[in-house]
Design a protein around this ligand. Structure first.
Ligand SMILES: Cc1cc2nc3c(=O)[nH]c(=O)nc-3n(C[C@H](O)[C@H](O)[C@H](O)COP(=O)(O)OP(=O)(O)OC[C@H]3O[C@@H](n4cnc5c(N)ncnc54)[C@H](O)[C@@H]3O)c2cc1C
Length: 402
């Protein structure tokens, strides 16, 4: 069985960036997964879908120049500020991959087992190989969080936003969408536009909308509220410009910033597609759900500014836009013994300053590293720092072994 120095699992923005950086350092590696598959699936579900982040904040990273999202979009007459279409981002990722990482092997990794610096990988086509280093770059895939209240419903009646493969398939149906974050709000708008009758169920007392920031602003405004890959304001700017800084904070402080920074809300361009167009039930928590005659009966707890009540709502489907739960136990392709050996931060993997887990040679980059590194790593914007950190470590290890 061949032994390779590095295997990268996942060919999204993080995996592609790391491969480009390793190639620049002439570090031998293989990268597995269908390029940009997550984003292709999002675009394929249909409707007008846009990135929440700015064009300049959604770059896939390579040491070569000429491969930013704007380098792709500008000459093609596409948006180079915001909102950028997700379809265009898929095009950018595929263009980036073909130019920088044409050696991607479009096959999933089915299983990883083994010991430090000697990992055995089995691919979905049955091929086996060994790798000294494995880098997990699978994004949010497998981490969808569905409220317990919905878990007893049949799959045809309840879904997570990430599972929707076609919004038009809900045409003419009554759908309850749970959540007040970008995914829930966007799903509700897309359902409405696809001919469904969505209602939004929002636990908070209101929906939080991000405000539009002008591209050209006075020096004073830019200094007072600088824009960055993570949005506008000094906190976002600091998180985006000092990507390694949060790693050094105590766990509790980092968790607090994480919680306060990533509060649910919607992009400004979604607002007109929701407000006054569909029912938004605020202060509403789904406590239970049951199936009756092929429909879903939801038991709702209503908190109307302190006035509590319970009522039922019957719909054809319920969709959970309730985010993601990064949990080592949900990395199902990792052998159970391997999962057991990985130290956690809450349920997420704890990684060191070079994105390495407590299993030497097993790295995690992207959203799954965000509990150790901060909110930037939930976004594409974190892929440059992560790729540089991991490739530098692998280069110095190889030098030490030479
Ligand atoms: C609806 C939605 C909108 C978002 N909008 C934005 C945005 O506007 N801007 C932003 O920066 N971030 C956004 N995000 C967050 C986004 O998921 C991450 O920023 C980004 O995808 C991280 O890149 P990645 O490479 O880690 O993950 P991904 O892009 O998800 O790539 C990981 C890849 O790994 C593959 N994979 C999974 N398991 C395996 C396996 N076993 N073997 C091989 N391959 C595997 C997957 O198919 C996937 O293609 C959004 C997320 C969602 C859900």
């Amino acid at each position: 069985m061949s032994v390779i120095p590095v295997a990268i699992i996942g060919a999204g923005p993080y995996g592609l960036s790391l491969a480009a950086h390793l190639a620049a350092l002439k570090i031998e590696h293989r990268i597995f997964g269908r390029p940009m598959q997550f984003w292709s699936n999002v675009a394929a579900a249909g409707g007008d879908r846009f990135l929440r982040t700015y064009c300049f904040g959604t770059n896939i990273s390579t040491p070569r120049s000429g491969f930013t999202f704007a380098d792709y979009s500008g000459p093609r007459g596409l948006e180079t500020f915001e909102p950028c279409s997700i379809g265009d981002f898929v095009g950018y990722g595929q263009w980036f991959q073909q130019a920088n990482v044409p050696w991607v092997e479009p096959v999933d990794v089915a299983q990883v087992s083994g010991a430090p610096h000697c990992y055995k990988l089995r691919l979905a086509d049955g091929t086996e190989l060994r790798a000294e280093h494995v880098v997990v770059a699978i994004g949010l895939n497998g981490f969808a969080h569905v409220p317990v209240a919905l878990t007893s419903l049949a799959p045809g009646l309840a879904a997570h936003t990430s599972e929707i493969s076609s919004f038009t398939s809900f045409k003419g149906r009554e759908v309850a969408v749970i959540g007040a974050g970008q995914s829930a709000l966007e799903a509700a708008a897309l359902l409405l536009e696809a001919g469904a009758q969505p209602s939004l169920l929002v636990r908070e007392q209101s929906v939080d909308w991000m405000s539009r920031v002008a591209q050209k602003r006075s020096l004073w405004r830019r200094l007072r509220s600088p824009i960055s890959a993570l949005g506008s304001g000094p906190v976002a700017w600091t998180l985006a410009h000092f990507p390694g800084a949060m790693y050094h904070l105590p766990d509790a402080a980092r968790a607090r910033i994480f919680k306060n920074y990533l509060t649910p809300g919607g992009a400004w361009w979604l607002r007109d597609r929701i407000e006054n167009r569909l029912p938004v039930h605020v202060g509403t928590t789904v406590e239970g759900a049951r199936e009756t005659n092929g429909r879903v009966v939801l038991r709702l707890h209503i908190d109307n500014a302190g006035d509590q009540s319970v009522r039922e709502m019957t719909v054809d489907h319920v969709i959970a836009g309730t985010g993601y739960d990064i949990d080592v136990e949900r990395l199902s392709f990792l052998d159970p013994d391997l999962r057991k050996s990985i130290q956690r931060l809450g349920r997420a993997p704890r990684v060191n300053a070079r994105f390495e887990t407590s299993m030497p040679g097993l790295h995690v980059i992207g959203p799954a590293s965000a509990m150790s590194f901060g909110p930037l790593f939930r976004f594409v914007a974190g892929c440059e720092y992560a790729s540089q950190a991991v490739s530098a470590q692998l280069a110095s290890r190889r030098k030490a072994m030479a």
